[in-house]
Design a protein around this ligand. Structure first.
Ligand SMILES: [Ca+2]
Length: 649
């Protein structure tokens, strides 16, 4: 057979890249201390063996004063850019002390060495473009006799709209020299991974080409990640030819609606996944996130929050990202992980599926039942992975026990609502937008309480919601959805919940409870009186449902996966690591939690009949190992042939 021609850069990531990234936990304010403590966590918890190997410093490491707190960039006053004599950004010495060696800023060399000595790989984030600081400067363009900065940047092409550090690089030899010069520097430091931002939405074809060339001319394997999303499908081929990974989505945070939106994109991109090329669902905003480190005189420290995703929602995220071969970058401060969060990262069978599963695709997407089903195949055995998701809150499920009727500025501004919840396992509060499609439907629940048979009251504001999903914003406790004072009919309240219609808020009620009544004042938040510029909008209705079951039933027809109707199939639940395998045929019956998933591995004695034959290779084929090196005498295991992953059994 012919020598295959897989692009070299693809061989640098033959399985989806995995690791930690500083953005979700520290925004632009991360320092060396936090980077190293997360690297140490990967080592201490033996996470490298599952593939968690990259440690990535995200945005603005080259500013002494990068942040205004939260996710806000300091773009005024003294930001403290640090550059070398060639107009290339260097890391901030005040945030990354190891950069200073013998009084000179040596960049990330020492940090990269340290990370490598721990058995890990080192990555950085950059913005596309050339620093504005070069304009009118005496910096030398490396590789050029002349100072040709006006040939490097374009003053007319659009620069980044949301961060004003850089100008667009021209598509010419000088532009290429600049990109070469920075990637040469990163190669000297020992960088293994670069995430380039503001590059793929819109899609900057010429800059992507220059960056590809710049990386390849360094001779160092540096994995290239394009950001942000969503990436338009029309650029799929350019992604495949230039990048190891590219984003399906815009920045993803810890809300159910954000996770839920990934399903459609993962389905669209699934046909493109191949070794070395991965559509990226974005980082995992899990554990402790959204903190800011104090930068004296410029920013205040912020404590951040624990992820808003429920455990079932986190399992959903991990399962979808895993089965579609998305890169996995943990976004939280790992040293604060609890046992559950760590357990998401250490499931051997899950990681086998993520790395080596073949033919991953969506089998079914039922918008009526809210069930979405994915499968892939274990090429080593022909066993099938089966992920059954319950995505939709299924408003129709359950019984309506109370409703407010229309709440609006022209009619009733509030309604005192009371619902019988005797015997319910789940309380579901739906706020409709009255189907007028217009915003400013800020909804408040004032003094919402569960009342038991003895008349004792438990405030919903003291309970943790099982889930909250909304078109916009997050659930606010004791504040309105804009984080202002709760105010209904002009009166301020200290206790309640701030929501935004359309939304669904769900509470699992404790087993054996004796609550009989849910009671709350419901109304639109009075801020709409002043903020809504239109005569329409601010129309909503509160509808209360109860349900006697927290999980929905699922009967999956196994013949859809190629099994015979009478074929005995053993089924194991991967996330529960349940040793008890149950055996079924024809139909797999299970129950799925709300916003949850069951991830199964299916095994049949007749597996050979459904094993994908293209995954078989023989020792006479010309094969490459997963790092892309030719293999003279292959033994059992995974190899690369024709740009695809193959298995010798
Ligand atoms: Ca409305």
């Amino acid at each position: 057979m012919a020598q295959e021609d897989i692009a070299t850069f693809r061989t640098w990531a033959m399985t989806p890249p995995m690791g930690w990234n500083s953005w979700d936990c520290y925004y632009s304010s991360v320092t060396e201390k936090e980077v190293l403590q997360n690297a140490q966590y990967l080592v201490d918890n033996d996470l490298v063996k599952y593939g968690w190997e990259y440690v990535v410093v995200d945005i603005r490491w080259y500013c002494n004063h990068p942040s205004l707190g939260g996710g806000n960039y300091n773009q005024q006053g003294t930001q403290g850019y640090v550059l070398d004599e060639y107009g290339r950004y260097l890391p901030s010495p005040s945030r990354f002390p190891s950069v200073m060696v013998d009084g000179k800023n040596q960049g990330f060399k020492a940090l990269a060495d340290k990370i490598h000595s721990m058995g890990l790989k080192f990555g950085i984030h950059i913005m596309r473009g050339v620093p504005k600081s070069v304009v009118g400067s005496s910096y030398q363009l490396k590789g050029s006799e002349e100072t040709a900065w006006n040939q490097v940047y374009s003053g007319t092409s659009s620069a980044c709209t949301w961060l004003k550090d850089n100008l667009t690089v021209r598509y010419n030899e000088y532009g290429q020299l600049y990109y070469n010069s920075i990637f040469d520097l990163y190669a000297e430091w020992g960088v293994d991974f670069v995430k380039v931002d503001d590059l793929s939405r819109p899609f900057y074809t010429n800059e992507i080409k220059m960056i590809r060339k710049a990386i390849d001319q360094t001779g160092r394997p540096i994995v290239l990640s394009l950001s942000p999303g969503k990436t338009q499908y029309t650029y799929a081929q350019q992604c495949l030819e230039n990048a190891n990974m590219w984003r399906m989505m815009d920045d993803l945070w810890d809300s159910w609606s954000a996770v839920d939106a990934v399903f459609a994109e993962a389905h669209e991109w699934s046909k493109y996944a191949q070794p070395g090329n991965y559509a990226d669902c974005d980082m995992l905003p899990l554990g402790q996130i959204a903190m800011t480190i104090a930068d004296a005189g410029y920013t205040g420290a912020e404590r951040g929050r624990w992820t808003n995703l429920t455990e079932d929602e986190q399992l959903t995220m991990m399962t979808l990202w895993g089965i579609c071969h998305s890169p996995l970058f943990f976004g939280g401060e790992m040293t604060k992980n609890d046992a559950f969060t760590l357990s998401l990262l250490t499931n051997e069978e899950y990681h086998q599926m993520h790395k080596h599963g073949t033919d991953a695709h969506q089998v079914l997407n039922n918008t009526q039942t809210g069930q979405t089903i994915w499968t892939s195949t274990d090429p080593a055995t022909g066993d099938r992975y089966l992920a059954i998701f319950q995505r939709d809150p299924s408003v129709e499920q359950g019984d309506i026990v109370a409703r407010s009727g229309l709440i609006s500025r022209r009619g009733a501004k509030s309604y005192q609502l009371e619902a019988d919840i005797t015997g319910a396992e789940q309380l579901k509060i739906v706020v409709s937008d009255w189907n007028d499609g217009f915003a400013y439907d800020r909804a408040d629940l004032i003094n919402p309480v569960l009342i038991d048979a003895e008349g004792n009251e438990t405030s919903l504001a003291t309970l943790t919601a099982t889930s909250y999903s909304s078109d916009w914003g997050t659930l606010h406790i004791n504040r309105n959805v804009e984080n202002g004072t709760l105010r209904v009919d002009g009166q301020a309240y200290s206790t309640g919940l701030g929501l935004n219609a359309k939304c669904t808020l769900i509470y699992d009620l404790p087993a054996g409870h004796n609550y009989t009544t849910f009671r709350s004042l419901c109304g639109y938040d009075s801020s709409c009186d002043t903020d809504n510029p239109s005569t329409s909008g601010t129309t909503l209705e509160f509808i209360i449902y109860t349900s006697s079951s927290k999980e929905t039933e699922c009967d999956f027809d196994l013949t859809q996966l190629g099994y015979e109707a009478d074929e005995l199939v053993s089924v194991r639940n991967i996330w529960s690591r349940d040793e008890n395998i149950f055996i079924t045929s024809g139909t797999l019956h299970t129950t799925i939690p709300l916003h949850g998933v069951r991830l199964f591995k299916l095994h049949s004695e007749a597996t050979d009949a459904i094993a994908a034959p293209q995954n078989e290779a023989t020792t006479t084929d010309i094969l490459f190992d997963l790092q892309g090196r030719p293999v003279a005498t292959p033994s059992k295991g995974f190899y690369i042939k024709d740009g695809k992953k193959w298995l010798i059994q």
